[in-house]
Design a protein around this ligand. Structure first.
Ligand code: DGJ
Length: 725
């Protein structure tokens, strides 16, 4: 049992691996947060909800002193708008009377085994019912008849808890949900640093750290996607904490659209953390009898610093998020033609790349953008998903047969959510483009976004994609999304529902992804959004890997991979060697191997030596596959600590093998001449493959590897592969 209820104290204790989360039905039936952190065996926290009250300014139910309780100072599990809790709200409902005073109090709870699905939404799942338990707490607003069901799932073998909320209208009048964050939690203190991942196209998920300050701070997206700009991930780490030390809390939203993560530090020095759908320009009409499900938030804790937090996320996502036939199967080593040819190709050029790929040991050929309509540049044809047979010099069936005849798998690119102004589809259905009537539509990469809220649009897309997918033996689909949403509106939604647009849009996208994955379960999907503009757990639920970035310059891409690794496992990040990078092929490979590995080039445009080197790389690659995809990652030297050098390593679960990589991005100062490894068994002995030398795990972790003899050159990198002796 991982969820316990102490009837007498009305305390819920949720225990996952090494972690406890404790809450209480407190005064006035408020639901108080008592503790989240390292595992504790008991629940004697009865005075934890008691906080200092400034009686005139924090409203309280008591009419006589002493004033000991106010919803404004009590650490809460839900922050209600418009009542006596005056901190940032996590839920706000505008009722039929026009006010937005919302006040949920505990009514009942139940504990169920397993994890209920969230209809229409991606979410973590239990492989077996005994893997998790779920606590469902029903809260009720007596005045409006609204109910909030708070869901907590505890993963017994993972250091994680998931949270979400269902709002139900049990009254006889409609109301509008104006805010419904997936969770709210008031921490015991505020001495934390906030870490987030910001960026832009070709520079995604850069690390940002700043101390929490009094007032409200946070991140979010209003772009119609989780975005390049901010990832739906934040961490709080105790001030002074680092890679290996300190309490580290990670919060990640399983959602791919507008989100907000906010932290308010209040006058009692408590930090309220909330995360969920961005409430800017959001509203959801809920008729009597209807229910609204929020996306799920994942909460992870480690007292081994950021490294421990990341490894907890990685294990959880490999085990309980990524699904389908490719969850445990080795993903094919691929070559994609995009960086090699752009849209300037024909069937013969593609076949030539595939032929070289087969001879070199590559396992799959992926045909990127430009195979449909009359698309030879990015001005046209999105939506016209009909094969350009003149360009391919035959049907898609002919090309697939030719390439599969070589013994390769075949992959294809789509950008289903877009429509080009210059397309037959747009000419036939101009109202299928997202728009606000009477306003000029902005373009992004010369394209509009198609209205995924519409069932007719989704049916069209499913059918037109099926013309190719159902009749050809296709193994892989890259699902791209190359602009953000502006002038958001749907021709079919009535005025009062236009505020539902963004959420309905992503629900529509998820529905189409779901249909495609169910109809074609053998397809390996790779998410993409101009590189990693939608790198989030929502997309990972449908596609086990996401193209990490359009930046394939190994020396700067490595920073993106470091940032991504704070939350997402190596198995999920698509990473390719390209010809355009200045780095040596050795370094390009060493960086790209930290992910779902592949190549992205035209072999006709590279030297014979480069082709030869690639042949050797591939011969060596498979032995590292499981170690990298499923092993534990240790960041040894991070770009946010040392701008010149970086290092990382993988260790398998049984600590029998390890692969460490050291990279000199820019030679300047070699501070890390003795590279101390991590995660090994100090008692075991390991052989370094290259030299045959044997070292104890203790030596490698305490004294380190000596790097004095290694060349100090820009872009130089080296791997060290150890196996237990
Ligand atoms: C953006 C992607 O990130 C690239 O890999 C490529 O697929 C292009 N789109 C094609 O338009």
């Amino acid at each position: 049992m991982s969820i316990h209820f102490n009837e007498q104290k009305k305390i819920f204790k949720l225990d996952s691996k090494g972690v406890s989360y404790i809450l209480q039905v407190y005064k006035e039936n408020c639901l108080a947060h008592l503790y989240f952190g390292a595992y504790i065996p008991d629940d004697n926290l009865t005075d934890f909800a008691e906080r200092h009250v400034y009686a005139s300014f924090s409203p309280q139910p008591d009419t006589q002193p002493p004033y000991t309780f106010s919803p404004d100072t009590c650490p809460m599990e839900i922050g209600c708008n418009g009542g006596a809790d005056l901190r940032i709200a996590s839920v706000q409902i505008r009722n039929a009377d026009g006010n937005a005073c919302t006040d949920f109090r505990y009514v009942s709870h139940k504990i169920v085994s397993g994890k209920p699905a969230l209809p229409g939404l991606p979410a973590l799942y239990a492989n077996t019912d005994d893997e998790c338990e779920t606590l469902e707490i029903t809260m009720r607003d007596e005045y409006t008849g609204a109910e909030a069901v708070l869901l907590y799932t505890v993963f017994e073998k993972q250091a994680a808890i998931t949270r979400s909320m269902i709002i139900k209208n049990t009254s006889d009048k409609p109301f509008v949900i104006e805010r419904a964050m997936s969770f709210c939690m008031d921490m015991n203190g505020c001495d934390y640093d906030l870490i987030s991942l910001y960026g832009r196209h070709v520079q995604e998920r850069e690390y940002m750290r700043r101390p929490l300050a009094h007032g409200t701070q946070g991140i979010g997206s209003r772009r119609g996607s989780s975005s390049h700009s901010q990832n739906p991930f934040i961490a709080l780490i105790s001030a002074g904490g680092d890679e290996d030390h300190g309490d580290a809390y990670g919060f990640n939203l399983v959602y791919s659209s507008n989100f907000k993560a906010e932290i308010e530090v209040d006058y009692n020095n408590s930090a309220r953390v909330t995360m969920g759908i961005n409430y800017d320009d959001f509203g959801w009409n809920l008729a009597p009898g209807e229910a609204f499900y929020t996306p799920e938030a994942v909460l992870v804790f480690s007292n081994e610093g950021l490294g421990g937090m990341s490894r907890a996320f990685h294990r959880l996502y490999n085990n309980n998020l990524v699904r389908g036939e490719w969850k445990h199967r080795q993903r094919p080593l691929l070559v994609n033609n995009w960086e090699g040819t752009g849209m300037d190709f024909d069937g013969d050029k593609l076949f030539a790349i595939a032929k070289w790929a087969k001879e070199t040991g590559i396992e799959m050929f992926v045909m990127d953008d430009g195979w449909f309509g009359k698309r030879n540049d990015d001005t046209s044809s999105l939506g016209d998903w009909h094969v350009n047979e003149a360009k391919l010099k035959g049907s898609i069936g002919d090309l697939v047969a030719r390439i599969k005849g070589l013994g390769l798998k075949f992959g294809i690119w789509y950008e289903p959510e877009m429509i080009s102004p210059d397309s037959d589809l747009y000419r036939a259905h101009p109202d299928w483009a997202i728009h606000v009537p009477g306003r000029k539509k902005s373009v992004g990469r010369q394209q509009y976004v198609i209205d995924m809220t519409r069932a007719d649009v989704r049916d069209y897309l499913f059918n037109v994609m099926s013309e190719v997918l159902a009749h050809n033996d296709i193994d892989y689909l890259k699902w791209d999304f190359n602009r953000n949403i502006s002038e958001a509106g749907s021709a079919l939604l009535p005025p009062e529902r236009q505020k539902e647009f963004y959420h309905r849009y992503i629900l529509g996208t998820y529905e189409l992804m779901d249909r495609i994955t169910k109809a074609y379960p053998h397809l390996l999907m790779e998410g993409c959004s101009g590189g990693g503009g939608r790198f989030d757990p929502g997309i990972l639920y449908y596609s086990p890997q996401i193209w990490c970035s359009d930046n394939t310059e190994a020396l700067s891409r490595v920073d993106i991979q470091f940032g991504t690794s704070l939350c997402y496992p190596a198995s999920t990040q698509g990473a390719h060697v390209s010809a355009s990078s200045r780095a040596s092929y050795e370094t390009k490979r060493n960086v790209a191997m930290w992910g779902s590995f592949g190549y992205e080039l035209d072999p006709a445009k590279i030297s014979e030596e480069a082709r030869e080197e690639i042949r050797h790389q591939i011969a060596d690659y498979h032995k590292y596959y499981d170690l990298i995809h499923y092993g534990d990652l240790y960041r040894l030297v991070c770009p946010w600590e040392d701008p010149y050098n970086c290092a990382w390593m993988f260790v398998d679960e049984k600590k029998t093998q390890a692969l460490a990589t050291y990279l000199i991005k820019f030679k300047k100062e070699r501070r890390n001449l003795f590279l101390r490894l991590k995660g090994l068994d100090p008692e075991k002995y390991y052989r370094l493959e290259e030299t045959g030398e044997v070292y104890s795990g203790a030596l490698l972790m305490n004294a380190g590897l000596c790097l004095w003899t290694m060349p100090n050159e820009d872009g130089y990198s080296k791997t060290f592969y150890f196996t237990e002796v």
